[in-house]
Design a protein around this ligand. Sequence first.
Ligand SMILES: [Zn+2]
Length: 466
Amino acid sequence: MSHTTKLLPALAAFFLAGCMTAPAGAAPQRAVSQADVDKATEILGASVAFDTVAGRGRVPAYADYLAGVLKAGGFADEDIELVPLGETATLIATYHGKSAEAPIVLNAHMDVVEANPADWVRDPFRMETDGTYYYGRGVLDDKYGLTMLVTTLLRLKREGFVPSHDLILVLTGDEETTQKTAEAIAPRFRDARFVLNADAGGGTLGEDGTPHYYSLQAGEKTYADYEIVITNPGGHSSRPTGSNAIVDMAGVIERIAAYEFPVQTSEVTLGYFRESAKQTPGDLGEAMAKFAADPSDADAVARLSKEPEYIGQIRTTCVATLIDGGHAQNALPQHVSANVNCRIFPGVSPDSILQKLQELAGPGATVSLPLAAHSSDASPLDPTLMAAVRKAVDVEAPGVPVIPNMSAGATDSLFFRAQGIPSYGVCGIFMKPSDDFSHGLNERVPVASIPGALNYWHTLLTELSK
Ligand SMILES: [Zn+2]
């Protein structure tokens, strides 16, 4: 997951982790062996030991390690490519299929968020366990998803499985920061059937360990920071001129706060509200059901708009987040700037939002978008993909709802979606919200989650490659 804050709806807030424990008692069709579980544990532990934090230049060394693991598992030298980019890199490994049909890209990221050892109970870059959890930076986000993908590919090789088309593992190297590796590599896979991203989506357990639902990420809002600037000749504060940049900025911010962007829907958000309605009691659940049936229902829109968790699921939102202005206690302000952070609905251009903000701000203010905002459309809910995810989820948690989800951005999927490649966050972990410490201190994953996640990926990849 990116460093940019992701405000997922409460129902799915813990998928921030990138990937998300298998409930005991699930009955996989092809139960994973203890040897594979041990292999995954070994790879996960070795992975955590590479401190792939931005700026330390450790991603290439980690990629070399992974290349070695893949080669030892049967990948040919020429099927593994390391694409350097600055201090980081992308690792691409091709698992050849029977035909030249459009390949499926399997995506995860090798980098991790910074971790200060002084703040952690344990060394963040040495995986440790208390028997219930594995601890370490990246043990969830995203080295868990990455490890489950790699271990599943090794298992499929050993089983002699030949997919109907190529499976291409694409491991990016800066997802948590600049996302340049995904941006650079995505165009190469324009012809892919779709991207399965291990960095988003996943299952949710109740606090009693019962599986509640599975979330599939199929869209992301666009993250954009707009700068609004108002300048003024200023003057001595003892001689007010009737014009004041701080007062003018206050008016601009009030107008933006009062403005409601139009209500929007997609197949993903309508499916999200339809399924979430069944899980949500009271008038809120009723509003979800009404909205899913009729997005123009004003009462339903008003009810959902009151909830910070859901307002972003029905429209673009923009809020003032920073303000800076004035230069002396006894001078009229000459310069005031404000940052307005927007989460833009998929399909809406960042430029059109800029125009709207400029219109609201008025001619006395200048609105700009200092850093390019990367936008992407939501991916269609492909029936074959949905059926395969259904089957893979049933291996872990039979019958739980599969709920499509639009996150507040951003994973590397956005760059693939921007190339027109449908991309889905389909991590294999089932986890309690209270177990998610990704990006934070003492990041952990349940030890018991590994067999279920391995069975999930094995089912998903074989179903999609028949
Ligand atoms: Zn991540």
